[in-house]
Structure formats: C-alpha cells, structure tokens
Design a binder for this molecule. Structure first.
Ligand code: NAD
Ligand code: WQD
Length: 351
C-alpha cells in the first residue's frame, strides 16, 4: 500500500492542526481542511499558506457532526487519509459542560468514522491525550498504563480510543494511529502561527503569554499542595513543532500495517507550573505575576510521558526544550498581542 498523498485534516485551523498543515504543505501533501471555527479563525489558514508558500487545496466551514456536509466533502475529493484534530479540549470547561464535550468529541468521531467508511477511507491519525491516564502516580507513563480518566474531556478521548479499537477489530481495512499527546505548547518559529484560543485560555502557556503581554493581570496557579518539589502540578511540555513532525512521520507509517497502534508523544521530562512561570519570565525579561489559587477540578498531580515506544517504532524524538517553547510562544504573542483577530483588525485599520 502506498503512503497517502491527499489528507483531510479536521480541526485544521486550530492550534496543532494549523501547524500540522504547514508541515504537510511543506512536504508536498494535498490538503483538505474542515473546521467550524468554534475555537479558531479562517485567517489562520491564510497564515499557514503564507508560511508554506502553497495553498491548502480546499477549506470547508462545517461541523464534523453534520454527516451530510462531511459526506459531500468526501464525495468531492479523493481522500487517502484523515488526521482528526477537531474536538473541544479544555479540562475545566468539560467538567461544566460534559454533554457538549461528549457530543462533539465522541459524536464528531463516530460521524467521521461512518463517513470515512461509506467512502472507503480507512486510514486515520487520531489526537488523543495523556489526560486519559488520570491519577496514575509518579514517573513516566507508558502506553500500557491503565486509562483512568478524571474528567469528561479525558473520558471523551478514552471512549474515542475504544471506538477506534472496536472499528479496527470489526474491519481489517482500518489503520488507526492514535497519538496520546502530553502538553503540546509553543508556536511556529516565524511567529505567524501560535495558540490563540477563543475567550479566556484554559491552558497554561497561552494564559502566561497573555499575562506577559499585559492582556491579563496575573496567572492563577491551580494548587500548590500537590506532592511535588514546589507543590505545583507537573506536566510534560512538548514543542508544537516536535508534535507536528510526529504527525508527518505518522502519515508515512500509515501504510505499514493495519489495525490500531497507540503512541505517547512527550519529552519524558516533567516541569512544575512554577518551573514554567520561571522559564517564561526568563524569555520575556520580567517576572510574571502570579497568585496561588485552589486546585482545578479534574486536575492530577503529575503526567510525564514514557515516549520510548514511538522512538523505537518510528525514530521520532523531540529535540526542543521548555525554553524553546516559551521563546516561541512569546514571539507569537509579541507579534500578535491581541491574537489573530486583533491583528486582522489592526491591519484593516491601517489600510
Ligand atoms: P484547538 O481548539 O486549537 O483546535 C481544534 C479545532 O477543531 C479548532 O479549530 C476548532 O474550531 C475545531 N473544531 C472543534 N469542534 C469542531 C467540530 N464539531 N467540527 C469542526 N471543527 C471543530 O485544539 P488543539 O490544541 O489544536 O487540539 C487539537 C486536538 O488535539 C484536539 O483533539 C485535542 O483534544 C487534542 N489534544 C490537544 C492537546 C493540547 O495540549 N493542545 C493535548 C492533547 C490532545
Ligand atoms: C497545565 C498545568 C494546570 C492554567 C490538558 C489536557 C491535555 C491537553 C492539554 C488538550 C496544570 C496548571 C493551567 C492556569 C494553572 N489537552 N494551570 N493555571 O490540564 O495538563 O492538560 O490540556 O488540550 O490532554 O489534559 O494542561 O495547560 O491546562 O495545565 O496553574 O491558568 O498548569 O493546573 O497543572 P493540562 P493545562
């Protein structure tokens, strides 16, 4: 079986999706992007095209739960493989809006799978999450660690994994590469693409960047009573550019064998929230103001990857560190102080 050349990217205007689009355009793939812009803006794709110097083949504004609209896209294009990013992703929000999370993340995935199957497309790269491991304790976690989700977001990703595993058991044509990301962060080195969620950021890195630029007063650190060196929670921060390289390599390996294969994507090194605050303060040249608040519901003390399986299978290893992540996130924030939409507004005003 040959490697895919036309790839449909769901959620391609989002943080990780847009960076992956640049990587795939750079490597000669034909891309079809679908996104409902619930957490992004169409302008992102124009920027991705500007960086790559090539156009995305086709872009559709649609909700992946709309099977009729999704089916029309598969009717129109000969899709070889799908990279599926479209989902809601905020742990805290998921505890307040569980049904919306299951509907979009699980319902979106079953809608996509049914549509793919109807069109004879069976190759998928799926965005899963380290959050499925839940409170697994200390030390690097490998893929055999039992899933124990502690919030609806994590549960929705674990349900999707089980659905995908069942689909592979039922139909031998499927190849599913399920990538469990730890904490992707940072930005494209050009400063043109980065993380710009709608509303108040839930994730640490964009929140810190908005404090650093003066859009927010201070960071609230969610808990300092965890059993860690400084009492704040430990995560494994992975540069988004390392993350996208893993996706490009995954596409190369979709032709290897059928069935479902699950890999952690992480660095294997943990940083506390205060380590990240210190690293960001260093790159932006001033201390980031913060206050200690209560723990966030659904959070766990520590999540660090054992990512040796993917290194063994594909030779993928991240080569950027926390300082690189903070430096690139800060560059994006400086060049886009009000985010993508704010930048467009300023550019239009100048015209
Ligand atoms: P993001 O919110 O920036 O991107 C998701 C994109 O999907 C957005 O452009 C959004 O508009 C779109 N989308 C959402 N619902 C949709 C729907 N029903 N139909 C069509 N488009 C829809 O998030 P991200 O950080 O780029 O994450 C991408 C994927 O990776 C998600 O599946 C997320 O769960 C997973 N993930 C992310 C992280 C992380 O730290 N960023 C970690 C683990 C897993
Ligand atoms: C990192 C650390 C917070 C914000 C989740 C998912 C994961 C991935 C990323 C999808 C935690 C602390 C955060 C703030 C803080 N999925 N924090 N103040 O929760 O590790 O991972 O999002 O996107 O799969 O589980 O990431 O960036 O939200 O938090 O103190 O304002 O920073 O408590 O310890 P998280 P995060």
């Amino acid at each position: 079986m040959t490697a895919p050349s036309t790839v449909l990217v769901t959620g391609g205007a989002g943080f990780i999706g847009s960076h992956v689009c640049v990587e795939l355009l750079d490597h000669g793939y034909e891309l079809i992007v679908v996104d409902n812009y619930s957490n992004s803006t169409p302008q992102v794709l124009t920027r991705a095209e500007r960086i790559a110097g090539r156009f995305v083949g086709a872009v559709y504004e649609l909700d992946i739960r709309d099977r009729q609209a999704l089916s029309a896209v598969f009717d129109r294009h000969s899709v070889d493989a799908v990279v599926h990013f479209a989902a809601h992703k905020a742990v805290g929000e998921s505890t307040r809006m569980p049904i919306e999370y299951y509907d979009t993340n699980v319902g979106g995935t079953t809608s996509l799978l049914r549509t793919m199957h109807e069109h004879g497309v069976h190759r998928l790269v799926f965005s899963s999450s380290s959050s499925i491991y839940g409170n697994a304790g200390r030390g690097p976690l490998d893929e055999a660690t039992p899933a124990r989700p502690t919030n609806p977001y994590a549960a929705s990703k674990w349900i999707c994994e089980q659905i995908l595993a069942d689909a592979c058991r039922r139909c031998s044509e499927y190849t599913v590469l399920c990538l469990r990301y730890f904490n992707p962060a940072g930005a494209h080195p050009s400063g043109l693409l980065g993380e710009d969620p709608h509303g108040t950021p839930d994730n640490l890195m964009p929140y810190l960047a908005q404090v650093a630029i003066g859009r927010r007063e201070r960071l609230r650190v969610f808990g300092d009573d965890y059993p860690t060196s400084d009492g704040t929670a430990i995560r494994d921060y992975l540069h988004v550019m390392d993350t996208v390289e893993a996706h490009r390599i995954a596409l190369d390996h979709l032709a290897d064998s059928t069935g479902m294969h699950v890999y952690n994507l992480g660095v294997g090194k943990g940083s506390t929230v205060l380590d990240v605050v210190a690293a960001f303060s260093e790159v932006c040249g001033r201390p980031i103001p913060y206050e200690i608040g209560p723990r966030r519901p659904g959070d766990v003390a520590e999540l660090v990857a054992d990512a040796t399986a993917v290194a063994r299978a594909w030779g993928w290893r991240p080569d950027r560190n926390l300082a690189d992540i903070c430096r690139d996130a800060w560059r994006f924030q400086q060049l886009n102080p009000d985010g993508y939409v704010g930048s467009a507004r300023r550019a239009n005003t100048k015209d």
